[in-house]
Design a protein around this ligand. Structure first.
Ligand SMILES: Nc1ncnc2c1ncn2[C@@H]1O[C@H](COP(=O)(O)OP(=O)(O)OP(=O)(O)O)[C@@H](O)[C@H]1O
Length: 333
């Protein structure tokens, strides 16, 4: 059985529909009207222990709502959810010991306490023994340079410092599953890299990770599986490489020639490809389907028009591919 399991998981929010002003308020007292928003719509998800899954989608897609359902903060409107066999919203305490949650936009540190005290409160709450606590803090310090921020009050931290402290707070009890929402937002490049390395090591030690990020480097570095949600529904669930392989048919050959070349003639010799002018008459690019023709064939066709000075082939980035799945241009599933 998967460690995290959701079947037909659905969350509908009801918001009172109130017209503005006193009249609207009075009318609402008499006839209560609501607008319903289906934030998560029949989501099926199974995550095995030790998997690292990226959970991505455009703004408002339903990512945070899913994480809140999985962490027991919200009660599902319909469907089932289990983490390690426990229904998170029914057994919040058992679930809290098992999971770690980081919401990039919110903190779980106490504003008026030094970070060290916040972590100490968590140590007490989770009943972590001193030796384990000290070992974990040492490790966090190595990766997150926690030592320097331990004496600072929660409210004095910069965004980057807060994120590092919050990561420590989310992981101090050694959770089996961690839900991380934008864990590298606001961090400088060097710290981002270290956090990613740290998440990879957690994954390799068997921690299950569900990662939400708009930074596709986070995803590529940490996760092998990608789940894309849009409009509350899962529109892709598979290996990152499968997404790339399935959809990244496109290759772009960038060319520089020794002499000006009439692009219409180039286009005519490359049926099925698209030729686009570059920033000079001797530079252009050819977009082609790598399953229909090879880069070698394209180069051979171009060599018939002019001497090639330089060329290189680009493949679409995963960011590009995901963007196209969102936009409906590439249909997955
Ligand atoms: N408490 C709530 N009451 C009413 N509607 C809500 C509530 N929480 C979320 N929604 C709506 O549900 C939808 C999904 O929101 P959610 O926060 O899960 O999206 P998200 O994918 O996490 O977006 P983002 O990337 O912007 O954080 C949105 O349309 C949002 O407005």
């Amino acid at each position: 059985m998967a460690l995290v399991e959701a079947r037909g998981l659905t969350k509908v929010f009801r918001r009172p529909d109130k017209a503005p002003g006193l009249k609207g308020a009075l009318r609402q007292l008499v006839v209560r009207r609501f607008t319903e928003k289906v934030a998560v719509d029949h989501v099926d998800l199974a995550i095995d222990a030790g998997e690292a899954v990226a959970y991505v989608g455009p703004n408002g897609a339903g990512k945070s709502t899913t994480v809140k359902l999985l962490s027991g903060i919200l009660v599902p409107t319909a469907g089932e959810v289990r983490v390690g066999g426990v229904e998170p919203h029914r057994d919040r305490i058992a679930n809290a010991h098992r999971i770690g949650v980081l919401f990039g936009q919110r903190t779980q540190l106490w504003w008026d306490l030094p970070v060290a005290d916040s972590l100490d409160v968590l140590r007490d709450m989770y009943g972590i023994d001193r030796a384990t606590y000290t070992r974990r803090l040492k490790r966090f310090d190595e990766v997150l340079e926690l030592g320097e921020i331990l004496p600072s009050l929660g409210r004095r931290l910069s965004l980057g410092q807060r994120m590092r402290a919050d990561l420590a707070a989310a992981l101090i009890h050694g959770p089996e599953v961690v839900y991380l929402d934008e864990p590298t937002i606001g961090l400088d490049i060097a710290v981002k890299d270290r956090v990613r390395g740290f998440l990879r090591s957690l994954r390799d030690e068997g921690t299950t990770i569900m990662l939400t990020s708009h930074d596709l480097r986070d995803i590529e570095d940490v996760c092998r599986r990608l789940v894309i949600i849009d409009g509350g529904r899962i529109i892709f669930d598979g290996a990152l490489t499968a997404l790339k392989d399935e959809f990244a048919r496109e290759r772009i050959l960038h060319v520089e020639t020794a002499a000006d070349v009439p692009l219409a003639a180039v286009q005519a010799s490359l049926a099925g490809a698209t030729v686009t002018a570059g920033d000079s008459p001797r530079r252009f690019s050819v977009r082609f389907n790598r399953f229909a023709m090879t880069a070698g064939q394209v180069v051979a066709a171009l060599a018939g028009h002019a001497e090639l000075v330089d060329f290189h082939v680009d493949e679409p980035s995963i960011e590009d591919v995901v963007r196209r799945v969102y936009s409906g241009e590439l249909m997955a599933r």
